[in-house]
Design a protein around this ligand. Structure first.
Ligand code: ZN
Length: 260
């Protein structure tokens, strides 16, 4: 059983009439309703408005794969929660960042860059090309798939060079974008998946749904959590006071205490 938590800032669907019509129960529940057909998944959902944004230590501790959808309220996500998510990724939790989540605090923190893009909202057709048909995330998706109406994202996508690029999108207006990219951070895997956008029914597209499902399987480590160095060293001072082998101290020594 893969424990999946779907996080959504859940603002557009409550405040915008058009978005509400496309995703009446929220984007998180739209994704959940499709994925629920797979009995290997169990679900929790969490939203920004909940206490600790619904991402308590308990919830994250039981999460194998976290999906992240945010757009207009990235800055309202508490830094302490972002750090908690980062730690879980380093420990081995999978992170699937969707669409406008490229500017979320957690994605930028994991990337170490601003993750900027070019974009335009004009209902363009998107053709998503599969770069590696043998990759588990591309399973069952053929040579390419299409999304009838998309918000355009264009290069340069200001992220570090990915470990693997699974999808590249072409847009009607001529732009291209690396729309499915893989990273490893600590013991955790990260997959950024571009398709989305609240004003179009992208998460009702069967190919998009299949890619999300494939990505969850790929992100799942197989064993819960995993081990990261932080588990052994909860402080930031990791001096080894006693050498493993007896050794004579040579040279100079300075003060290593971090200033407050
Ligand atoms: Zn969008």
């Amino acid at each position: 059983m893969i424990n999946v938590t779907i996080w959504n800032e859940y603002i557009h669907e409550q405040n915008d009439k058009i978005v509400k019509e496309i995703y009446p129960k929220g984007i998180h529940n739209c994704i959940k309703e499709y994925l629920e057909k797979d009995e290997n998944f169990s679900f929790k959902t969490a939203t920004l408005e909940q206490e600790e944004h619904g991402l308590t230590k308990e919830v994250l501790g039981e999460t194998d794969v976290l999906l992240w959808w945010g757009h207009m309220a990235h800055n309202k996500v508490e830094d302490t929660i972002v750090e908690r998510v980062q730690r879980r990724v380093l420990e081995g939790m999978g992170l699937l960042v969707l669409h406008s989540g490229h500017h979320s605090k957690i994605f930028k923190k994991m990337m170490g860059t601003n993750a900027n893009i070019k974009w335009a909202e004009r209902g363009e057709k998107e053709r998503v090309w599969i770069c590696n048909p043998g990759h588990p995330i591309a399973k069952g998706l053929g040579e390419y798939f299409e999304i009838e109406m998309s918000e355009m994202y264009g290069e340069p996508f200001q992220v570090p060079e990915p470990d693997e690029t699974v999808f590249v999108s072409w847009f009607e207006g001529g732009e291209v974008f690396r729309s499915g990219i893989c990273y490893k951070r600590g013991n955790g895997k990260i997959f950024y998946f571009r398709p989305g956008h609240e004003a179009y029914p992208v998460y009702h597209n069967k190919y998009v749904q299949k890619a999300i499902s494939n990505a969850i399987y790929w992100l799942y480590k197989g064993e819960h959590a995993g081990t990261w160095e932080d588990n052994f060293n909860s402080t930031d001072n990791m001096e080894r006071k006693e050498p493993i082998e007896p050794i004579e101290v040579k040279g100079n020594q300075v003060d290593h205490t971090y200033q407050k």
